[in-house]
Design a protein around this ligand. Structure first.
Ligand code: GRF
Length: 212
């Protein structure tokens, strides 16, 4: 399955996907890595690995509609079967969502539907929860609102700050995201724009976490 990964930052999830591909546990072929930030460390990692990279920058004052159209065009040129948002910090607009309905997934550092948005670990701490985790979900036009595919939980410890909690969550992200990609590649999870379902059509079964 050809996949494109969208990144804005460090790219630890991108590294985890590549490690799983190398280990033979993630049956995906990364045909491109696309970023909105020229200096993203994830881009350098991709280049070093020989994965084609593209940058579609969005600067303050830029026309967002135009940016969305450009982003969709760059991604579409790579002809992915799946698009993975791995630390991509922008909301996607209609051009990409309509071109790849139900074919875009995101990893989020909280147990959705709680704590969507940019500061999941911080918001979980402020909310006083004792368990947090990560969610892989289908992307729709909302902020972290699409159908949930899989989740993994971690404890919130008494002395956690946002960084220590996020680091614990990321350990699970690095297991869960490659696993979900693999399950989509093998057909163990089927995606469609409105719901996530297992191949036998049992919508509820697919909403449990895959075996990681
Ligand atoms: C991850 O925690 C992910 O859940 C969130 O952004 C972070 C990206 O981390 N969407 P990295 O760039 O993959 O290290």
């Amino acid at each position: 399955m050809n996949a494109v990964v969208l990144v804005s930052g460090r790219g630890s999830n991108l590294r985890a996907i590549c490690a799983a591909i190398d280990a033979g546990t993630c049956d995906a072929n990364l045909v491109g890595v696309v970023s909105d930030r020229k200096g993203a460390a994830a881009l350098q990692f991709a280049e070093d690995r020989g994965i084609p990279t593209r940058v579609v920058p969005l600067r303050k004052g830029d026309d967002r509609e135009l940016w969305n159209t450009r982003l969709a065009a760059e991604v579409a040129q790579l002809e992915p079967e799946l698009i993975v948002l791995a630390g991509f910090m922008r909301l996607l607009g209609p051009p990409l969502l309509e071109r790849f309905p139900g074919r875009i997934i995101n990893v989020h550092p909280a147990l959705l539907p709680s704590f969507p948005g940019h500061s999941g670990p911080r918001d979980a701490l402020d909310g006083g929860v004792k368990i947090s985790g990560c969610t892989v979900h289908v992307v729709d036009s909302g902020v972290d609102t699409g159908p949930i595919i899989a989740q993994a939980a971690v404890p919130v410890l008494a002395d956690d700050d946002a960084d220590s909690l996020h680091a614990r969550i990321q350990i699970q992200e690095h297991r869960l995201l490659p696993c979900v990609i693999h399950q989509i590649a093998t057909g163990a999870i089927a995606l469609d724009p409105l719901r996530v379902r297992a191949p036998d059509g049992d919508a509820t079964r697919s909403l449990t976490a895959p075996d990681v």
